[in-house]
Design a protein. Structure first.
Length: 519
């Protein structure tokens, strides 16, 4: 009979001695990696394919533009507000236990999303999905880091990152083909596929991986998380209402309430002994600047990746199979170039890669604005090359931005700094979908005028729509997205300026040491 592990309550036996920096025997580590890859795939597939499926969901459920925004934002809101609490839960209860709990909640909410009879139910369970993801997302990488000894950790994380990039690249492509082949109702399968993937992950974690010991008894800042949800939820709701449909007057009180709650959240966090967010880190100029640049850049990225597929599918009438390729250059170029760019950034400092990459993204989004403004509806010769340019720009930014965040703070604060930056990028996406949707709706209504019988922005044209009305609808859709793309191009420019003014332009210490050794 095998002796159960002494570091937890798992039933997996320990065989042989373990390195001091891991809890998991070598034979079981591959199961940790497989489970982490599958669980990460849940979030990547769910997020990227949903953008392609949004027009189909709107047709099938009769969702308005505001409801479509909240199908995305309900998930983003709870995930961004709770992701730091989710990381702390792993430390307090053990990474394996919290990781499994996050997966269980995520797949249960996914099944409810797949069965949702109307937009309100779908929005509610998307919010619950975000809660599960807030525990699951930080747990995947943290469990790999804790299961593998330091000398093997880099390779394991590299495999996880490559598999995640592949999932993000192929998910929308396969999803687009499925939606084209089986029609609008098949969008429910996007959520249902989470069940088998999640169950395999749970089986591997419970049956093949020992339980790790809790790292420390950290308090969970549930009060701060609740205030963050209320504050950013009120802000996003108010921004969603700022459209041309007569509800704009109701947005002011919501935005004001969100601003007040945000102040209350800041005061609350400053007074806590163990806050969810260590606000003192923002006194460091390089850290604050890198996070401002992150907010601008990911605001722009999220807005375009949400509204561009909507324009091409519902506005231009392109197939989901074709539009599914929109994410391919982004994920492929980040996967291929992040390593070399990271080494380059170490040699010259992260300032230039971040600033130049942000400028490249700005050019790509300005190109999308001009494309829509001129009414050029060609995916392969117009949109796809610009998306490849955008992917190249993001590949220049991603690795150096992480380096800038980590090197701006003391070593003891790198975990907190990384978590804050992750949350900032997701909050940027949350605000972007809300604000840019209202901008698009306002421009669409302004260009269209009193177009009775014409569907709203992002809604597919009904069969039998008169050619004149359809042409007006298309022109208004192009103008609406052109406005979104132009604003986001300016934000990318601001991101570049912010990075250039605040981020370090010096060669990093480990790069100097390597150069000295080679010399």
């Amino acid at each position: 009979m095998h002796t159960p592990t002494k570091v937890g309550t798992g039933a997996v036996p320990l065989t042989g001695s373990l390195p001091s920096d891991t809890f998991c025997p070598q034979a079981q580590r591959r199961f940790v990696l497989i489970a982490a890859i599958l669980a990460s795939a849940l979030g990547f597939i769910d997020g990227s394919v949903l953008a392609i499926a949004t027009p189909a969901i709107r047709v099938d459920l009769g969702a308005s533009l505001a409801e479509a925004q909240w199908i995305s934002n309900a998930y983003a809101l709870t995930l961004s507000a709770l992701i730091l609490v989710g990381g702390a839960a792993g430390d307090r209860f053990g990474l394996r236990h919290s990781f499994v709990a996050g997966i269980v909640l995520f797949i249960a909410a996914s099944l409810a999303c797949a069965l949702a009879p109307n937009p309100a139910v779908l929005i509610a369970f998307r919010a619950i999905q975000g809660v599960g993801a807030a525990v699951m997302v930080p747990g995947s990488l943290a469990l790999i880091a804790k299961a593998y000894p330091k000398k093997e950790r880099g390779r394991a994380i590299g495999i996880w990152a490559a598999a995640s990039a592949l999932t993000m690249a192929l998910g929308p492509v396969l999803g687009g083909f499925v939606l084209s082949a089986f029609g609008d109702g098949i969008w429910r399968a996007i959520f249902a596929i989470n069940l088998p993937l999640g169950l395999i992950s749970i089986y591997l974690l419970l049956a093949k991986v020992p339980a790790d010991a809790p790292a420390e008894k950290r308090s969970l800042d549930l009060g701060g998380a609740a205030l963050a949800i209320l504050a950013f939820g009120a802000l996003a709701y108010g921004l969603t209402l700022m459209s041309g449909d007569g509800e704009g007057l109701m947005s002011g009180p919501s935005i004001a309430a969100g601003a007040v709650l945000l102040v209350v959240f800041i005061v609350f966090e400053r007074r806590r002994r163990e806050p969810m967010i260590d606000l003192s880190l923002f006194r460091i100029g390089a850290f604050a600047g890198a996070n401002v640049a992150t907010f601008f850049l990911y605001f722009a990225l999220s807005a375009n990746l949400f509204y561009l597929p909507m324009l091409m599918i519902a506005g231009w009438g392109l197939s989901t199979a074709e539009v599914g390729f929109i994410f391919l250059p982004l994920s492929a170029l980040i996967a291929l170039l992040s390593g070399p760019v990271g080494q380059w950034s170490d040699r010259i400092g992260p300032r230039f890669p971040i600033a130049s990459g942000s400028l490249v993204v700005a050019v790509a989004f300005a190109g999308l604005a001009l494309l829509a403004y001129w009414g050029i509806h060609n995916f392969w010769l117009g949109v796809f090359p610009l998306m490849a340019l955008m992917g190249f720009g993001m590949a220049l930014v991603v690795s150096p931005l992480s380096t800038a965040i980590m090197t701006a703070v003391e070593d003891k604060d790198t975990g907190a700094a990384s978590g804050i930056n992750n949350a900032v990028s997701r909050i940027g996406g949350l605000i972007a979908v809300a604000a840019m949707g209202s901008l698009a709706a306002w421009v669409y209504a302004a260009v269209l005028g009193t177009g009775a019988g014409i569907p709203g922005f992002g809604e597919p044209a009904p069969a039998g729509l008169a050619p004149g009305l359809d042409a007006a609808r298309l022109a208004a859709s192009d103008a609406a997205f052109a406005a979104v793309a132009a604003v986001t191009a300016l934000l990318c420019l601001l991101s570049a300026i912010t990075a250039w003014m605040t981020v370090s332009g010096e060669r990093l210490p480990w790069a100097r040491d390597t150069a000295n050794q080679q010399g």
